[in-house]
Design a protein around this ligand. Structure first.
Ligand SMILES: [Zn+2]
Length: 295
């Protein structure tokens, strides 16, 4: 398939370039219009996040992408996968494929929170004491390795065409950076965007130290999977959110070596601070309209 071959060569280049552009733009505007107050020193955090991200990138380029590409090429030569079950127009195949990719990422994110072994690694992403665009890349390389198995299963079971995969990959990366960013958008604009996309305030709640809030808002691109599965929680004001994981919220916990070796050490109680207290929210704050994004 010569078309697919050229796609295989171009995909990493333009995805990477666009991702770097989006990262740089968001890094700039979130400094100008910050959404949440920060706790840690920016440059020290950046060095740690970029080092963890570099290892994640290396793992993605060497292991995940080749495996996903092999699965894509395997799927393209066979009538295997959900999208191959019925003959439908190309645009229907694109839309359904795009939605299924995002839905399956939503499930994968939930598994990363619910399965203790996966959570050990995903927790490294959550211990960042502040949330900004640099957190968007900051995943432990072990989590990236586990995601290889998921990626291969995802691509084969859905039977997704290469073009759909490539476009989704771009949108996935861009929106991951966007929803991790510390960019203060006008609330009315963000509420509108949040009718479709996962936005910074929505994902900010996912990075709260309150257990119930960490276990909400799992979506990556589209917000409605959380709505459909009743895992949405939007009514927490950003000024009330303490970012991070309570059990790993001491300043020394967010050091490079500590973060990289964290999954392999005895795990602490994730939801209790070093002083023994547990972050909680007034019951009243949790009631009301879950689908209305608070300021
Ligand atoms: Zn998470």
């Amino acid at each position: 398939m010569p078309g697919n071959l050229s796609g295989q060569i171009k995909l990493p280049a333009y995805t990477t370039l666009t991702t770097i552009g989006v990262f740089a733009a968001l890094f700039l505007v979130e400094r100008l219009f910050p959404l949440r107050h920060t706790r840690a020193a920016l440059w020290a955090r950046l060095v740690i996040n970029l080092a963890i991200s570099a290892l994640a990138f290396l793992t993605a380029m060497v292991v995940v992408r080749p495996a996903a590409m092999q699965a894509l090429h395997w799927a393209s030569g066979k009538s295997f996968g959900l999208l191959q079950l019925a003959r439908v127009p190309v645009w229907v195949q694109f839309v359904v494929g795009f939605l299924l990719l995002d839905l399956s990422f939503y499930y994968w994110h939930i598994l990363n929170h619910k399965i203790p072994l996966l959570w050990r690694f995903h927790n490294v992403h959550h211990i960042d004491p502040d949330l900004d665009v640099s957190t968007g890349f900051c995943f432990h390389f072990g989590e990236v390795l586990f995601s290889t198995l998921f990626r291969v299963a995802q691509v084969r079971l859905i039977g997704v065409p290469l073009a759909t995969f490539a476009i989704y990959e771009l949108v996935f990366q861009a929106n991951t950076l966007f929803h991790h960013s510390n960019l203060r958008l006008p609330i009315r604009l963000e509420r509108r965007l949040n009718k479709v996309l996962v936005t910074p305030r929505m994902h900010g709640i996912h990075h709260s130290q309150v257990q119930r809030e960490t276990n909400s808002n799992f979506g990556v691109v589209f917000w409605w999977w959380d709505k459909l599965h009743r895992t949405v929680g939007l009514n927490i004001p950003q000024s009330e959110i303490e970012v991070g994981i309570a059990g790993y919220s001491a300043p020394d916990d967010n050091r490079l070596w500590h973060a990289l070796t964290l999954p392999f050490r005895k795990q602490r109680d994730y939801w209790r601070r070093p002083d023994g207290s547990s972050p909680a929210r007034e019951a009243a704050a949790l009631q009301g309209k879950q689908s209305s994004l608070a300021e």
